[in-house]
Design a protein around this ligand. Sequence first.
Ligand SMILES: Cc1ncc(C[n+]2csc(CCOP(=O)(O)OP(=O)(O)O)c2C)c(N)n1
Ligand SMILES: [Mg+2]
Length: 600
Amino acid sequence: MQQVATQPASSAARSAPDVAGGAATHAAAQETDGFQLVIDALKLNGIDTIFGLPGIPITDLTRKMQKEGLRVISFRHEQNAGYAASIAGFMTQKPGICLTVSAPGFLNGLTALANATTNCFPMILISGSSEREVVDLQQGDYEEMDQLAIARPHAKAAFRVLHAEDIGVGVARAIRAAVSGRPGGVYLDLPAKLFPQAIDAEAGRNSLIKVVDAAPRQIPAPDAVKRAVDLLKNAKRPLIILGKGAAYAQADADIRALVEKTGIPYLPMSMAKGLLPDTHAQSASAARSYVLPAADVVMLIGARLNWLLSQGKGKTWGAATPKAWGAQKFIQIDISPQEADSNVRIDAPVVGDIGSCVSEILAAIDTTEGADWQKPPAEWLDAIAERKTKNIAKMGESLAKDPSPMNYHSALNVVRDIIKANPDAILVNEGANALDHTRSIVDMYKPRKRLDVGTWGVMGVGMGFSVAAAVVSGEQVIAVEGDSAFGFCGMEVETICRYDLPVCVVILNNNGVYRGDEVNFAGGHDPSPLGFVKGARYEKLMEAFGGVGVMVATPAELRRAMEEAIRSRKPTLINAVIDEKAGTESGRITSLNPTAKKKP
Ligand SMILES: Cc1ncc(C[n+]2csc(CCOP(=O)(O)OP(=O)(O)O)c2C)c(N)n1
Ligand SMILES: [Mg+2]
């Protein structure tokens, strides 16, 4: 692994104002306070990085954290800090911490918290809050808001700590809630008055909890494993679907062994790409629309049957009507027992953590079948191979074209080559067409290298994810962004420059949301709601903060600029100008978009 781009704690300490003295002056040497206990509790539990934005009442907390050796990454907007924390959680299995001020800062972070909960990313949003007594009587405090109540429906759990001696318990509960079972977003409310509260240092130390076994393994029941293996064994057209949960589990070797031992074709969901290399012979990605309706037994590994899989029903699955079920039988490996039957019947639920479930299934296959395990019938594998070959050839033709101006294919063909040559690089991706084309064109080779809009299809995660990916891994990050998507978080290029992170942002610039050739149907001076300033010079934004900005109009220019960004590891923004007519409405999910019967 490459060197993590870290500012040495010692130099941070030298330049930070001496805030520790604040606590020391009002407290004797043997006293500690809320500021210190929050830091001690986090450090005791292996938290080393905080993503946040300072202000009342957490300004001194951020300074003190930095002084005490935590890496504090300070953002320009809390939403981006929140997205950074959540994806750090996904990458590391440790809760990512986002730290914000009260009311508006908290609300800015809340979208990311809700997104984390939806995506099962472990994250803790820690927000300072205003005077409880005043807030509860609605007497008009500075940034008055009942944050705990507002956070609760969007979080897996929400806690408030009122007394310094409870900080240890509060932090421990937040960590357990975030990472155990199905991971998610947790809210921790820390009122302003908590921070300067002084207590005896010894009592403080004793109140802290180092969480033991924060995400306990959950071993599946042997009969559940047997039921699944029996179903799989008798399948004629089996299929494995790998979800984001499978990527999160870090059970890469066992998952690969299960796929390869059974010989079953598999489909990776977007963030599971690279769990096995996308070029693997058993990948059925290029035959997705054939395998989903044709499969007779489908094993879901850490993948939910939500909208991304058409809820397991309708045409996608070979059923006659949108609400009807297909003929498949389902095995579902999931940590949550409530997930089964959420949309269609699950014939063999296997409940437990993905790692334990996969290794138990592998063991069951080995004991009961051993060398006798029959690979799927040749007709099934041949039929898939035939479709794959045809579709890959068709894709090859599109990629080989060199139209002027560039389109998604010719630009992404370059990104595809760059990732192939740099398989450790992390690919962050958002947009509509910019997302869908990247997902299908750019092959991934290693697990957890593709980070994208996830379950909600949310725009604006790009720069937060990029910052966190670079900070957590030290690897080169390549962010492929739609021009609209980038606009949600673009100011964080300053953060990327400030921390000198190896992030190369590639904006696929088509002058708008989906397409840049939309018109105002009223014929007035205002542009279409979907259009942006034509010919915008996004690269100058990066230059403004000392990074490298490049505008490119051809694949050759894009390739040169990306290669240079990777060589130099400098913050780089490449404004890749593509055909404004190249996109389609909503990318590949046009069918989800209600349209007026009569066009405007
Ligand atoms: C937070 C949020 N707001 C709005 C949307 C709706 N939306 C979906 S994709 C998209 C932008 C698509 O344009 P762009 O990023 O430029 O990608 P393109 O299709 O043009 O390549 C928007 C606004 C969303 N998904 N998330
Ligand atoms: Mg666009």
